[in-house]
Design a binder for this molecule. Sequence first.
Ligand SMILES: NC(=O)c1ccc[n+]([C@@H]2O[C@H](COP(=O)([O-])OP(=O)(O)OC[C@H]3O[C@@H](n4cnc5c(N)ncnc54)[C@H](OP(=O)(O)O)[C@@H]3O)[C@@H](O)[C@H]2O)c1
Length: 303
Amino acid sequence: MRVLITGATGAIGSALADTLLARGDEVVGLTRDPAKARPKNPTVSWHAWQATTERPPEEALENVDAVVNLIGEEINQRLTDSAKRRIRESRITASHNLLQGIEASDTTPKVFVGSSAIGYYGDRGESMLDEDSQPGDGFMADIPVEWEAEQRGAESLGMRLVLVRTGLVLSSESGLLKQLLPPFKMGVGGPLGSGDQYMSWIHLDDEVGLIVWALDDDRVSGVINATAPNPVTNKEFSKALGKAIGRPAILPTPKAAVALLRGNELAELVTGSARVIPRRAQDLGYSFRYPDLDPALRDLLVS
Ligand SMILES: NC(=O)c1ccc[n+]([C@@H]2O[C@H](COP(=O)([O-])OP(=O)(O)OC[C@H]3O[C@@H](n4cnc5c(N)ncnc54)[C@H](OP(=O)(O)O)[C@@H]3O)[C@@H](O)[C@H]2O)c1
């Protein structure tokens, strides 16, 4: 299979590219800077794409069987107006340009795996949330709602569409763990805010596993939550993280301090609660490699 990946230099995109290449697929990668991307993974066929201002190059789309859309400006930054604009454009405008490029091309891929995020659900306390739950409020919920709506255009172009609503991805090199580990290693990490809020996490291997499964299995379409079957509270997460690195998690970080550091919307995201269940993946028979947090953290943090 020839798979086009946008955001192929990112944490999820590069792990996905490695997995596909290892099983014999061809990978076409789109990036703003091929010269930087190429040395890191020379087996990918790289093409330059300024995603927010143009369609992808025609030659990148030639004979592509599947598209995985993983582009997106980093969320974890101070959420100024210009950061919000970049976050929005790199998801919604970029998806629009991508689909316009596919429409204009001679190739119609069979499947389009698009991205979304569990920010969709907003701050929802202890309620169990599945793919049919209603969206929440605020910037972090509005972006996934618009992003999903834009990517739904893939269906009208005749592609099977899967929208992956991703949770907090745990990997040893990036994302949440990279942010949380330094204070924990210094012995000052602990629950954020009340610690009662739910964190719907997923091991990077399962994030990639779900995308590959969505590419391969024609029964998969529509929204799938990419979260482990057992979300935990922030208190439980902090305890498990402290245990995995041999440091107890004792000092709570108040919500106000998180807000001061990062900007209010992000504080909502890390102190807000979303207890998300991967109902559709489980119903369709996807088998999670890491359903529970302790083994996931051990795999990532204990060498
Ligand atoms: N990781 C998570 O916990 C998580 C959770 C929920 C949803 N997601 C979503 O899943 C997707 C992939 O996540 P990831 O963690 O792999 O992301 P990532 O490591 O931050 O990589 C995203 C890629 O998007 C491109 N990009 C970033 N800012 C851009 C901009 N302003 N304009 C154009 N391109 C830009 C970059 O590619 P180049 O620099 O090569 O152009 C980058 O490699 C993202 O859309 C993210 O929102 C991730």
